[in-house]
Design a protein. Structure first.
Length: 279
């Protein structure tokens, strides 16, 4: 049995680690998953990012197999081919997109249809099993599959609010450095909780741009990242800029993407600059 699924990346408005409540906006960086359910009890395949094969472990694939095969009484193994435009371990929701795409692909293979929120919750469950998320990343997973601005209670896996956003260019500063979730153990995120809570209220009130900047500066400072790219983007006319997730990627929502790109291209820590748009 063969199936395919797709999902997208997202950018952070409110990081849920400090309070358990988060918000994210979908962007047009796509992940596709093609899978085959086979008789042998194997897990194999390959992952390609921008056409380049990545040396990645298959923990998330293994977790999706565990969750989906148990739920639907499937036996056997899984062969996968994942093709993604989302740089991994940069805070751009590559794991959420992969989980959503894999769950969708398994459903396609077995001829099952579920409500989108159920698809998301299965992917979140798999991400927790795989250890690729701290909060369950329900906000990221919702934005990845549904698009728009998704505001969530991650603790109770509740979608509080979803709204469309204007189609706007998004510039992404992709640093050479990667940050794994395991490397964040020991960080006291509660320090910023009261201030993140205020930013969350702004997002609920429709002021997601202001919320994004405040949240981004708080988390960047807490994690020891250079905040200057955020202010460079704002000076270049961005309507919002922030570190995305736990970084280290910095994103800017702007009507003048070339202006932000020109500023960021001067940075020595940039691996590349990506221009995409909200979804």
């Amino acid at each position: 049995m063969r199936g395919k699924g797709e999902a997208y990346g997202a950018i952070t408005v409110i990081n849920a680690i400090a309070t358990g409540k988060g918000a994210a906006i979908g962007i047009k960086l796509r992940t596709e998953a093609h899978i085959e359910i086979v008789d042998e009890d194997v897990i194999e395949g390959e992952i390609r990012i921008d056409g380049t094969e990545e040396v990645c472990d298959f923990d998330l694939v293994r977790a999706v197999k565990e969750v989906m095969f148990r739920k639907f009484g499937i036996e056997g193994g899984l062969r996968v081919f994942i093709r993604s435009e989302i740089p991994i371990s940069r805070g751009l929701k590559s794991s959420s997109a992969a989980a959503n795409a894999l769950v969708s692909a398994v459903l396609d293979a077995i001829g099952e249809k579920l409500d989108p929120l159920e698809v998301i919750k299965l992917g979140v469950e798999a991400a927790k099993v795989a250890g690729v998320t701290i909060t369950g990343a329900f906000d990221d997973a919702c934005a990845s599959l549904l698009g728009g601005l998704c505001i969530t209670d991650n603790i109770n896996t509740e979608l509080i609010k979803r709204e469309e956003v204007d189609r706007l260019p998004v510039v992404i500063l992709v640093p050479r450095k990667r940050v794994s979730k395991g490397s964040l153990k020991g960080v006291n995120f509660k320090i910023v909780a009261p201030y993140v809570e205020e930013a969350f209220k702004l997002a609920l009130a429709g002021k997601w741009r202001e919320a994004m900047v405040i949240n981004g500066i708080l988390y960047a400072a807490l994690l020891g990242y250079d905040t200057s790219p955020i202010f460079e983007a704002l000076k270049a006319g961005a309507i919002a800029a922030a570190v995305s997730g736990t970084g280290p990627a910095v994103v800017a929502v702007t009507e003048d993407p070339e202006g932000v790109r020109e500023v960021w291209e001067e940075r020595e820590d940039a691996e590349r600059i990506i221009i995409t748009e909200t979804r």
